[in-house]
Design a protein. Structure first.
Length: 121
């Protein structure tokens, strides 16, 4: 039996949430929440894990934002739409799953809602 959790243990927890499964079922993009104790703030970024013949590859961080959420795969599985907040209301961004910089696609005064792809796009 281990020791009871203390405050430092709780701030070190990394909590995955909001998984999005690629259309081919071989990749999952999810939100990973961490805590920046120096800034007294939670941070969220997108991470990806890919299925291999032997199980699952090591997770890879896709975004470096501080408030990234709501990933949604394109129907072809080559892009992920997501929300990025932090500097105002959350705005819609697109990212190629092969990597690169996220492209901001909205500039709405009240922010964007969780992305939903139209079939065949």
């Amino acid at each position: 039996m281990g020791r009871p959790l203390d405050l430092e243990d709780i701030s070190a927890l990394q909590l995955p949430s909001d998984p999005a499964i690629a259309p081919d079922g071989r990749r999952v993009v999810y939100v990973l929440r961490t805590t920046d104790t120096g800034a007294d703030a939670d941070r969220t970024a997108l991470w990806s894990v890919t299925a291999t013949d032997d199980g699952w590859a090591e997770p890879v961080q896709l975004t470096r934002g501080t408030a990234d959420s709501s990933p949604a795969f394109s129907p072809t599985g080559d892009r992920v739409a997501f929300l990025r907040g932090g500097d105002g209301p959350p705005q819609l961004h697109l990212l190629a799953v092969s990597g690169g910089e996220a492209e901001r696609v909205t500039d709405l005064p009240a922010g964007a809602g969780a992305p939903v792809w139209s079939p065949g796009r």
